[in-house]
Write a protein that binds this ligand. Structure first.
Ligand SMILES: [Ca+2]
Ligand SMILES: [Ca+2]
Ligand SMILES: [Ca+2]
Length: 390
């Protein structure tokens, strides 16, 4: 969606220039679709599924607009698949609860009061009906997004085609949670901090991707908090050498990424993914840590953390949801004696309880088991020490 972001910025710049010059007429409405990215994933027949990410935008519309698109997939010049896709753009006055937010734009996108609207979405055939393609290394794949005659034409056709050479390996991207845990509060009625480490997997990407992510915390099914992983600037992946062509060694530089102004190098590593049981992929050299502060939790709460796609980011691929969600246990308070501070007395109680818990149904059963694994050990000690009252 980076191209989309750039085009929005371009539009804003143009609007400013026009408003500063009253002699010029207002910019007419503009519609655009674009091919943003392509994933090529193995299926269980030995062939490959092709999944396409389409961007759609409508600037300055005042009526419901048809942005439908026909997606054509060509292999070595032969048309092998056609996916008609309905996309409806609703101006702000028609926005309703039935119109989903980005990036799942199917089948509609909603436009903001500013008159600028845009979304990206994954176009993938439904499971079981997906076309299987017997791809060979070296095959030339072309994706085209063509407005059907019944829909509004594109104002810019230069971004409606994407071409790549199949290298014989899957092409995918994925975000996943490496670890997540709740820090116990330092007082009995205190709040919890959620510490999340996340990473990206991607292989054979040949174009820039925006993998910006938001952490969303659900408590008993209700959104209770969250944080934008790249609030100030998008998490952009810029491919350099495709990972698989240089092997699964700890090689730096298969791609680079930036988040909130900080740049990082991704490296090739062995990785499990949903697509490729043990393959190599570009991964961040170290998991990226994030903290969601100040969660008010009760011991019986069901806490779930999810890596959600940022509004501006490339959606996750269908099927990659498993690594993007984790359910957590609310830890007991590190203030074991309940005197309002974490200190030497609590440390003494923890050491006295060292070893397996006799029971661990509630925090009262085994207070020093801060990790919830029904034993008191080094991990619990570490949490207690990190909660130490200053
Ligand atoms: Ca276009
Ligand atoms: Ca205490
Ligand atoms: Ca424990």
């Amino acid at each position: 969606m980076n191209r989309f972001i750039r085009s929005v910025i371009g539009f804003l710049g143009l609007s400013f220039a026009l408003s500063a010059s009253p002699a010029l007429a207002q910019e007419p409405p503009a519609w655009n679709r674009s091919v943003e990215a392509v994933a090529i994933l193995p299926d269980d027949t030995g062939g490959y599924h092709v999944t396409v990410m389409i961007g759609a935008e409508a600037d300055g519309i005042e009526t419901i607009s048809d942005l439908s698109v026909d997606v054509f997939i060509l292999v070595n010049g032969m048309l092998v698949e056609e996916q008609p896709h309905e996309i409806i753009a609703y101006p702000n006055s028609d926005m309703s609860s039935s119109c989903p937010p980005c990036p799942t734009f199917q089948p509609c996108i909603c436009c903001e009061a500013s008159g600028i609207c845009g979304c990206g979405g994954i176009i993938a055939p439904a499971p079981g009906t997906a076309a299987s393609h017997p791809l060979q290394p070296g095959d030339e794949i072309i994706i085209q997004a063509v407005p059907p005659s019944s829909a509004l034409p594109d104002s810019d056709m230069s971004d409606n085609e994407l071409e790549l050479t199949f290298q014989g390996e899957p092409v995918f991207w994925e975000r996943r949670i490496v670890s997540a845990h709740l820090a116990p509060p330092s007082t009995p009625d205190g709040t919890h901090d959620l510490i999340v480490e996340w990473e990206v997997l991607l292989a054979e990407i040949t174009y820039e991707l925006d993998l910006s992510t938001e952490i969303v915390v659900l408590v008993n099914g209700v959104v209770a908090g969250g944080v934008d992983a790249c609030a100030d600037s998008p998490f952009l992946i810029s491919p350099d050498n495709p990972c698989l062509s240089i092997g699964c060694e700890l090689q730096e530089g298969c791609a680079s990424a930036s988040c909130a102004g900080a740049s990082m190098t991704l490296r090739c590593r062995y990785a499990n993914s949903n697509w490729w049981e043990l393959g190599c992929a570009c991964l961040s050299a170290e998991p990226m840590p994030l903290v969601v502060p100040g969660l008010v939790l009760q011991p019986d709460d069901e806490v779930m953390v999810t890596l959600a796609t940022s509004q501006r980011g490339t959606p996750n691929l269908p099927g990659s949801e498993a690594g993007a969600t984790m359910t957590l246990t609310v830890p007991c308070s590190a203030d074991l004696n309940g005197d309002g501070v974490v200190g030497g007395a609590d440390l003494g109680m923890l050491l006295a309880e060292w070893g397996p818990c006799q029971s661990c149904e509630t925090c009262q059963d085994c207070p020093a088991d801060l990790t919830g694994d029904c034993q008191v050990g080094g991990a619990d000690l570490g949490i207690l020490l990190s909660s130490w009252s200053s």
